[in-house]
Design a protein around this ligand. Structure first.
Ligand code: ADP
Ligand code: MG
Length: 360
């Protein structure tokens, strides 16, 4: 029933930042190289994500907003090796259930420069389909009145609008820096806000260069590059017995897992820029995530070296996909790793990290 749907949807899209994240991930999954995010009134009025990705084919119009409809997963076995951000087909259907209105404007290469506007109803069904409208290849998803169907949640969003907006911006920064992980694929990202009163302002902009340094420079200015050094570590992690069993491998044949950590970190010299903990970005295989214990450990180690501030960190943990269970938590920010204790034990950030870290 509709109310059951509302409850489960609420777990996928828990706040403004997860709503935005789902939309941006869909754009990235569609191969977009340019993504524009337009907030109106800090997202209270609407959020619009405009991309130049593959677009949605007309035969898929009726299913995009339906629960568990995804174009990204061929079989259940694929779950262990998914490379796309989405695969559950829950985001758009959740957003439909949790918003006042959801509008999708899309064109594939064969329809462009003409596209179609789809209005989806609360159940994700196509309520109306426009005549052709001008649209280059790509997709625009506009969400109006997020959480209006849930008055308590809506009140909360209104009360904390600027803070929630700030969190969404921080998450978007993490996606702007993803090129460090997925090499040779820079994304041009523009984020703007149009407040209720006053002028529209650009909040973030990257030029699409596939370089983390270039993205950092365009996000926070060239001075923020001072004192940054490359982070590139490799180490071996033994697979845990429970995983061996699950994957029916015996201990003898297991050679462990190669882990690589790549990114940038500020030197722990005094006065290493204005890095604060909101300038710390962690990824697993290019997926932004919050491994809070790793983050805590990094900061603690810095403190033992007399650093007065928290370091600036961009760190991508590159692991074989069959060693991590991604997307286990509904918001996909918590990534579960097989062998996490072993991985953590092997994580020694050169001579900086001596302590045993615990991922997650
Ligand atoms: P998932 O990403 O898990 O497949 P979603 O609910 O996020 O599920 O999206 C449903 C489907 O809608 C996707 O599988 C995709 O086919 C299509 N879709 C959504 N957003 C876009 C987009 N920006 N560009 C192209 N296709 C999209
Ligand atoms: Mg998705």
């Amino acid at each position: 029933s509709h109310s059951v749907h509302k409850i489960t949807s609420g777990q996928v899209v828990i706040d403004l930042q997860t709503a935005v994240k789902e939309l941006v991930e869909n754009s990235l999954d569609a191969g977009a190289t340019s993504i524009e995010v337009r907030f109106k009134d800090y997202g209270l009025k609407s959020v619009e994500v405009i991309d130049n990705g593959s677009g949605i084919a007309p035969e898929d119009y009726d299913s995009v907003g339906l629960k568990h409809h995804t174009s990204k997963l061929a079989s259940f076995e694929d779950l262990s090796t998914v490379l796309t951000f989405g695969f559950r087909g829950e985001a758009l259907s959740s957003l439909c259930a949790l918003s006042e209105a959801v509008t999708v404007t899309t064109a594939t290469a064969s329809e462009a420069p003409m596209g179609t506007i789809l209005e989806l109803d609360r159940n994700g069904r196509v309520k109306s389909r426009s005549e052709k409208t001008a649209r280059q290849r790509g997709t625009t998803v506009a969400i109006t009145g997020l959480f209006r169907p849930l008055p308590v949640r809506r009140k909360e969003l209104e009360r904390n609008a600027k803070r929630e907006f700030g969190k969404a911006l921080n998450l978007l920064s993490a996606y702007a820096l993803v090129p460090c992980a997925k090499e040779n694929k820079g994304v041009r990202l523009t984020v703007s806000n149009q407040p209720e009163v006053g002028r529209k302002t650009v909040q973030l902009r990257t030029d699409g260069t596939p370089s983390t340094r270039a993205s950092i420079s365009s996000l926070w200015g060239p001075r923020s590059l001072e004192n940054l050094v490359d982070l590139d570590l490799c180490f071996q992690v033994q697979t845990e017995k429970s995983v061996l069993k699950r994957r029916t491998i015996t201990e003898g044949e297991d050679s462990g897992t190669q882990v690589r950590v790549r990114g940038l970190v500020s030197k722990f010299a005094v006065g290493c820029g204005r890095a604060a903990t909101d300038r710390q970005f962690f990824y697993i295989n290019g997926r932004p995530c919050n491994p809070s214990k790793v983050q805590k450990a990094f900061n603690e180690v810095y403190r033992t070296f007399n650093a007065t501030q928290s370091p600036f960190i961009v760190a991508d943990f590159i692991l074989p996909t069959n060693t991590c269970d991604i997307n286990v938590s509904p918001d996909k920010r918590t990534i579960f790793l097989h062998s996490e204790n072993n991985l953590v034990a092997g994580l020694k950030v050169s001579c900086i990290l001596r302590s045993i870290l615990h991922l997650i």
